[in-house]
Each structure stands twice: as structure tokens, then as C-alpha cells.
Design a protein around this ligand. Structure first.
Ligand SMILES: [Zn+2]
Length: 63
């Protein structure tokens, strides 16, 4: 997993954001996620936070 990549459910978006900023000092790039588990609980992750670099291989729709 690339550094700083965080998976989170709806409840833990804020927490994931804070942790991401602390770890990478970069504003996260956010995408919808499926088939992953939240980094903070056992629920399925709704979103993935990553740096622009680590999402470069992904098909980017919002740019
Ligand atoms: Zn969660």
C-alpha cells in the first residue's frame, strides 16, 4: 500500500483526513472505493484517500 493511503467508511472520513494530513502533509486526493475495508473499523470502506502521485495510475475523472 502506498504511503498515506487510507480507506475509510462514511463515519471515519474526518479521522482519515486528519491522519492523512499528519502523515503526508499533503492534501489527499479522494476517490470512491469498493471492496476495501475501513482502516478504523470493520465496515466496508466508502472512500480512499491517496496522494496525487499514488492515484496517477487510476483513471481520474474529476480533473
Ligand atoms: Zn470506519
Amino acid at each position: 500500500m502506498p504511503k498515506g493511503t487510507k480507506y475509510c467508511c462514511e463515519e471515519h472520513v474526518d479521522m482519515a483526513f486528519d491522519d492523512f494530513l499528519l502523515e503526508t502533509e499533503t492534501f489527499p486526493y479522494m476517490e470512491k472505493s469498493s471492496n476495501q475495508q475501513c482502516s478504523y473499523c470493520m465496515k466496508p470502506a466508502k472512500y480512499v484517500l491517496a496522494t496525487e502521485d499514488s492515484s496517477r495510475d487510476v483513471n481520474i475523472k474529476n480533473h
